[in-house]
Design a protein around this ligand. Structure first.
Ligand SMILES: [Fe+2]
Length: 230
């Protein structure tokens, strides 16, 4: 399997390029628009054909590369069914499968950080977007986020996956690349709570400032802007 984890220093975003092998179909999760050329180069070097591209949710801290990649490769843009993006080609529902050659991802609806947040499970790993980070979780105070929904998504969906499942988040701010469900269960400070109410009390009182790119990134991602429209 080809599995490339690329990093955007400005927003600390992880992007994933996945394929079953050289010369085969590929998909990308959470691309950042400024790195489109780099993704295309990786695809070309491995003779991959990009067929699908997924955003785990509407990002507030960077402009998505979904639309620029679609413009250049004609790949299918995918998000969850309640995404408010105006340009998504395929909206998927909870438990639906996304397939490319020899690769299958299962969509898991995990609202809380936003109301359009999905995670994607693939064999031994799960792409958690901002729902579950390494030793942290995504904030729940904007973009129709909800701390009670986040609790359900974490405790009743993601933490029910097998303990050994690898966790690949959309961000990391400390240089960590992946984790496991077991490690997050035991060590993630946000998950060491005894009730939904305790969790919500913490999440609803973080008083975080907005991401600096928010006023640009959210409208651009909803409209599906490409590089020359920014
Ligand atoms: Fe986010």
């Amino acid at each position: 399997m080809i599995f490339e984890q690329l990093f955007d220093c400005n927003s600390s975003t992880y992007t994933y390029i996945i394929s079953s092998g050289k010369g085969r179909e590929a998909l990308i999760i959470d691309p950042v628009i400024e790195h489109t050329d780099k993704y295309i180069k990786v695809l070309e070097n491995l003779e991959l054909k990009l067929v699908k591209v997924i955003d785990t949710h509407i990002h507030a801290d960077h402009v998505s590369g979904l639309n620029e990649l679609n413009k250049r490769t004609n790949c299918t843009r995918i998000m969850g069914e309640n995404s408010k993006s105006e340009v998504i080609d395929l909206k998927i529902k909870d438990s639906e499968k996304i397939e490319i050659e020899n690769i299958k991802l299962k969509a898991i609806y995990t609202p809380g950080h936003t109301d359009c947040s999905y995670s994607y499970f693939m064999n031994d790993r799960v792409f958690t977007g901002d729902t579950l980070l390494i030793n942290g979780i995504g904030r729940t105070d904007f973009q129709n986020g909800n701390s009670y929904d986040a609790y359900d998504s974490l405790f009743n969906r993601l933490l029910k996956l097998p303990d050994k499942t690898l966790v690949y988040p959309a961000h990391d701010y400390n240089g960590e690349k992946n984790s496991t469900i077991e490690s997050e269960k035991n060590n993630n400070p946000r998950l060491q709570v005894s009730s939904k109410e305790e969790f919500a009390e913490i999440m609803d009182n973080l008083n975080l400032s907005n991401p600096k790119m928010m006023d640009i990134a959210v409208p651009a991602n909803l409209k599906g802007l490409t590089l020359n429209q920014l």
